[in-house]
Design a protein around this ligand. Structure first.
Ligand SMILES: [Zn+2]
Length: 275
């Protein structure tokens, strides 16, 4: 009931003669947050899906009526940055995280794929079409994810989109997103924006300080890592990370708390170095 009213609200909003992308941006900045927060009785992962649903409804309400490919491309270009900002908010990510990684982590297909799906559904109008077309979207998304040259660290951790987005537990936050994207307080990462900086780990002369080094190897965090491995009953490698996280909610929380310690440790060191 509540869900249907909200759909209607969204539709009424987007059908308004004064609807344009600027209003859409403003709407996103304020109301969506309130909207998702008023559904506090639903688990957070469902709220994320609800959120994605609202994103789809707003951005794609006109999808089936785009008559040319050029028209569609122009719209997607315009709407994509807003869509991506919404996805970044879901994962607690920073603006420089790549589009590819943002969509996979948020579990929301790229806008262009969603638009194609909407158009296919419009031409079919059958009850069972929805699941079938979503599967087709997922397989196209997976192909693009495997082919891309971007976000390869995230791809190494999350090779399979479907097992990741169909999980039944697990909320992302700022610290986990640093582990999963490799974007954060790592010297290797900061160096990309400031070439005068060294990427070398301050305690390991032969290693670059990147996400793999910091989370999986650097002796500065061996205490935290041992506690994590004891909780998981095995050693976590990049290749086993998401399998372990998806295996159970306590596992997920153990990895989240490990990521929290490492990221705050690095942040405090950075503050010391600068101060
Ligand atoms: Zn090190």
């Amino acid at each position: 009931m509540e869900q249907r009213e909200t759909d209607e609200d969204v539709r009424a909003y987007t059908m308004h003669p004064k609807f344009n992308m600027l209003h859409y941006h403003l709407y996103f900045a304020s109301d969506i947050r309130t909207y998702t927060h008023t559904h506090t009785h639903t688990p957070r992962s469902s709220r994320r899906k609800l959120y994605a649903h609202v994103v789809d409804s707003i951005l794609l309400y006109g999808a089936p009526i785009w008559s040319t490919a050029a028209q569609k491309r122009a719209y997607i270009r315009q709407a994509e940055s807003a869509h991506r900002r919404a996805c970044l908010r879901v994962i607690g990510g920073r603006p420089h995280v790549s589009y590819e990684a943002t969509y996979v982590l948020a579990g929301i297909p790229p806008l262009a794929l969603l638009a194609d799906e909407r158009a296919r559904l419009y031409s079919r109008r059958r009850e069972d079409a929805k699941d079938e077309e979503r599967l087709a979207t997922l397989s196209k998304w997976q192909e693009a994810w495997d082919r891309s040259t971007k976000a390869r660290w995230t791809h190494r951790l999350i090779p399979n989109i479907r097992t990741w987005i169909e999980r039944r537990h697990g909320e992302l936050n700022y610290h986990l997103t640093q582990l999963l994207t490799g974007h954060g307080f790592f010297k290797h990462h900061s160096q990309r924006y400031d070439h005068k900086q060294s990427a070398q780990c301050p305690v390991c002369p032969t290693s670059n300080e990147n996400a793999e080094h910091v989370f999986y190897h650097c002796p500065r965090f061996s205490g935290e890592r041992e506690r994590l491995h004891a909780l998981l009953h095995e050693v976590m490698t990049p290749e086993s990370t998401t399998r372990l996280m998806l295996a159970s909610e306590p596992n997920w929380l153990a990895v989240a708390s490990f990521a929290h310690s490492v990221v705050t440790g690095l942040r405090d060191e950075g503050t010391d170095r600068r101060g």
